[in-house]
Design a protein around this ligand. Structure first.
Ligand code: ADP
Length: 622
């Protein structure tokens, strides 16, 4: 049998007899209880704390205390604690006042038999109130839990009424729109949606949400606080009241900006690969082909079905190309790029040249995931290169033949010429008068021819790469003075001076004397040839590392646009029909080649009609 509950009753009463009377009545009502009795404030307050009553039965008026105070103090102590007023006489006014103050009931002592019922009702009321309080608390807690859940959701969540006005939302929703909680209640869904989506929203509402209670996930846009527009994805559900009448909607909303950017990138990448003029192939980590673009199929002649799933080496026909496949595989599988050019075979057996670049693709953790292969058909370029190479080889061959021919011819012409010159000198002494002048002219012309032949011989030597250096230690001052002496007569004959201007003591250094002399010969020869008045100064100077030799003239000068071309084979400032000066156009070519062979450089400075300076820089030996 269920144990009967023992309740605690606190009596506030100044008359002990009334207290006993009341207890007896309650017993009669078959209520088990324990009780204490107090008649003034201090004891009452103590009893509240110590006794912890379930119900208070209080007299309305006592000598030092009264019912209204009891109600107030009990309320302060525990708002659930019921107070029943038990009074001798009660007019309507006091009854109303008691109830207004918070008493649960009042019982007139004349009808005290009602007291047990009043006690039971009061306890029932208390339990009900307590249950309600617990339920309210639980509701609040569960709401709190849900709010915390919504707020911690990454996706935004919002509830709207049937007019699409926002009623509730989570933190993510505020963050997504950049709005604070005070700004949202005044807005409707349309206020945060660009106008172009309003019709779609309305259609989805009518055809999906209202019709079947929810929408599919769909994409549209929202407007951020600053007016910028961003893409979202959402799904809306209908909310109905207890009678099943729709009274709102709720939606889960996701910002898909990043996904869109990624999708766009992917689309661009896909378009780029599809439209690329190169073949693009992607394999898995084992080298099995997972993707080829249309260009690959076009070039190789294979269909997508024929190539997908094949191993990487299917891309290279072993019959023709020379790549080392093991080396290739070792390179890429160790995470490095590989590139190469080779000849490949199409499905139909025709040959083509290909350039391939393979680069390993790593996943986010840095592990190899795929290989990306980009191939380019370079047949045209390769054909061009091969024809160019053949042409170059042929040109070089012809050049060599030309040089040999020149060398042979020069030699063949030189030998008889030297004989002719010798005999003309002998004859010069034998004859007299005008005949002597004729012999002298023969000799002069012969000398000029010999010079030309010597130049051609030197040039052809360089061209046929037969130039061999023969180095000895020389005194630079001596060499220059000898040269000056040699050309002095010629200069004087032309009414020109030929001076030396040495700014440093003599230098002994190792070089090919013959080549250096030929360089100076050519420069002096040109200086005299291209100078009408004034003269030539041969300068010598040095730095820590170089000997600097200058041949400076006061001649006709060189136009600035010709300063470079004069060093090229057969080039002269005045060429063609307008040529004013004798010469082959090879002198400076030889000078340049020789000075380079000696490890030096040459430069020229010139002022048109003001003179030229050719400067040689020769490295000093260590
Ligand atoms: P060549 O003297 O046999 O014509 P070079 O190769 O020695 O051939 O010289 C090429 C050209 O450079 C000359 O024809 C001439 O036009 C120009 N040139 C060379 N030296 C001088 C100089 N000292 N003054 C003016 N022009 C010069």
């Amino acid at each position: 049998m269920e144990k009967k509950e023992i309740i605690k009753i606190l009596f506030v009463e100044d008359l002990h007899t009334d207290f006993e009377l009341a207890k007896r009545e309650i017993h009669k009502g078959n209520i088990e209880f324990e009780s204490i009795w107090v008649d003034e404030k201090e004891n009452f307050l103590l009893a509240l704390k110590e006794f912890q009553p379930d119900v208070i039965i209080s007299d309305y008026s006592m000598p030092t205390f009264d019912g209204l105070q009891v109600i107030k103090l009990a309320e302060e102590f525990n708002p659930m604690l019921p107070v029943i007023i038990l009074t001798g006489s009660l007019n309507e006014y006091t009854a109303v006042e008691c109830i207004k103050s918070g008493a649960v009931d009042y019982v007139i002592k004349e009808s005290i038999t009602r007291l047990p019922y009043a006690v039971q009702d009061a306890l029932k009321l208390r339990r009900m109130k307590e249950d309600q309080l617990i339920a309210k608390k639980e509701l609040e807690e569960s709401e709190e839990r849900y709010r915390a859940l919504y707020d911690s959701m990454i996706d935004a969540f919002a509830v709207v009424d049937m007019q699409n006005k926002f009623l509730r939302w989570n933190k993510s929703f505020e963050k997504m729109l950049g709005l604070n909680s005070n700004e949202i209640p005044n807005l409707t869904v349309n206020d945060v949606t660009p106008a172009k989506w309003h019709k779609l929203d309305a259609n989805i509402n009518d055809e999906q949400v209202l019709r079947r209670g929810y929408s599919e996930v769909y994409e549209k846009e929202f407007i951020y606080k600053d007016g910028s527009i961003f893409p979202i994805e959402l799904r809306t559900f209908l909310i109905k009241d207890s009678k099943g009448i729709p009274n709102g909607k709720w939606s889960i909303v996701r910002n898909i900006t990043e996904r869109k950017v990624f999708e766009d990138k992917l689309k661009t990448f896909q378009m780029a690969t599809e439209q690329s003029p190169a073949s693009i192939i992607i394999t898995n980590i084992d080298g099995r082909i997972e993707y080829v673009n249309p260009v690959y199929c076009k070039i190789s002649g294979l269909t997508i079905d024929e190539i997908l799933g094949c191993p990487l080496n299917t891309l290279y026909d072993g019959r023709k190309n020379s790549i080392n496949y093991i080396d290739l595989w070792n390179t890429i599988s160790s995470g490095l790029d590989w590139k190469g050019e080779y000849q490949n075979l199409r499905k139909d057996g025709s040959l083509y040249w290909e350039f391939t670049f393979i680069s390993p693709i790593k996943d986010n953790e840095g592990n190899l995931a795929h290989f990306l292969i980009v191939q380019q058909d370079i047949t045209e370029r390769k054909d061009y290169e091969i024809s160019l190479m053949t042409a170059k080889e042929r040109a070089e061959e012809i050049n060599r033949l030309k040089s040999n021919f020149l060398a042979n011819m020069s030699h063949e012409l030189r030998t008889p010429l030297v004989g002719m010159l010798g005999f003309s000198e002998l004859l010069y002494d034998e004859v007299e008068g005008q005949n002597r002048d004729y012999i002298s002219m023969i000799n002069k012309s012969g000398q000029r021819l010999l010079k030309t032949l010597n130049t051609l011989l030197s040039y052809s030597k360089i061209e046929s790469e037969k130039l061999v250096l023969n180095k000895t230690e020389i005194s630079i001052s001596n060499l220059l003075r000898e040269e000056i002496k040699l050309f002095e007569i010629l200069a004087n004959q032309n009414g020109l001076f030929l001076n030396e201007q040495f700014s440093c003591p003599d230098i002994l250094f190792v070089t090919d004397e013959k080549l250096l002399k030929e360089i100076i010969d050519n420069l002096l020869n040109n200086a005299i040839k291209f100078t009408n008045k004034g003269g030539i100064t041969v300068k010598l100077d040095r730095s820590d590392t170089k000997i600097v030799i200058g041949v400076e003239d006061t001649g006709i000068g060189i136009p600035s646009d010709k300063l470079i071309t004069i060093f090229e084979d057969f080039r002269q400032v005045s060429e063609g029909k307008g040529r004013n000066f004798e010469g082959t156009g090879l002198g400076l070519t030889i000078v340049k080649k020789y000075i380079t062979a000696l490890g030096g450089t040459i430069d020229v400075q010139s002022v048109l009609n003001g003179g030229s300076v050719f400067t040689l820089h020769l490295p000093l030996n260590d």
